[in-house]
Unconditional design. Structure first.
Length: 270
């Protein structure tokens, strides 16, 4: 499995296929495997890179110097430099979109296109931020995501009607339950605080290129509702698409719809 050392830690990624480069940036608490349906389809036509956030999947612990999502964007640019990729289409879901916008604003010359899925770059609403921070404190203190917390956290990611006995739901729950204390305390919790304590980028969305930007959102996304996607699309001046029958991880709840939309977007760019 390929790794690159960035800021003293091993960042894990996959690199599959040939053609114009596409960088897949995933959600908090998920690793690159969340993109499996898209990797299979896109890598038939494109060079697909998908990375694991610090402390997620096979990546190492979050580097000490990581203080904000701007640092995560800079670290992702380090990966692209390592791979000698000058230009890429970035597809960011949830926190992947949050730092993806920062990469787009800091290095616009590196992007052919930007797709933001189930994400929001405004500040986290204060009641939600405080609620998530209270969950992080419980996880940090106990060194585990307890069954009681799993009952709270896991449903956040899916549409309300999902079968809780489905493989998608149960596999995610099992992965979270198995996270070791050191990984939770050194990487998962700090990454969560950075994510939900982010600053406001809404005033800068007008700097993005509306011709090469697309927004998508699960029509039943609870943590990042469609109203946020509409707000951002209006500020950018770009189109947005709602993913039917999907919650926060819309690319896995309705994979064919998301894959088709990505292939259409990429086809128009390349």
């Amino acid at each position: 499995m390929p790794f690159v050392t960035v800021d003293g830690q091993a960042l894990h990624y996959i690199d599959q296929g040939t053609g114009p480069a596409v960088l897949l940036a995933g959600s908090y608490l998920w690793d690159h495997a969340m993109w499996a349906p898209q990797i299979t389809a896109l890598s038939q036509h494109y060079r697909v890179i998908a990375l694991d956030l610090w402390g997620h999947g096979e990546s190492g612990r979050m580097p000490e110097c990581t203080k904000s999502l701007d640092d995560v964007a800079r670290q992702a640019l380090g990966l692209l430099d390592h791979l000698d990729i000058d230009r890429v289409t970035l597809v960011g879901l949830s926190v992947g979109g949050m730092w993806g916008v920062r990469l787009a604003l800091s290095a616009p010359q590196r992007l052919d296109g930007l797709v933001l899925i189930d994400t929001y770059v405004g500040v986290e609403p204060e009641p939600t931020r405080q609620y998530y921070f209270s969950l992080f404190k419980q996880i940090e203190d106990s060194g585990v995501i307890s069954p009681q917390l799993l009952d709270i956290v896991v449903p956040i990611f899916f549409r309300p009607g999902i079968d809780p006995q489905s493989a998608l739901y149960q596999d995610f729950r099992a992965k979270l339950a198995a996270l070791p204390a050191n990984r939770l305390r050194q990487s998962i919790v700090p990454m969560g605080r950075i994510t939900f304590g982010r600053d406001d980028l809404l005033p800068r969305l007008g700097e993005l290129n509306p011709e090469t930007t697309l927004l998508m959102c699960g029509d039943q996304d609870k943590p990042r509702p469609p109203s946020e996607t509409r707000e951002m699309a209006e500020l950018i001046g770009c189109p947005y698409v709602l993913v039917p029958e999907a919650g926060h991880i819309s690319n896995l709840e309705n994979p064919q719809f998301v894959t088709d939309a990505l292939l259409k977007f990429l086809g128009a760019r390349n």
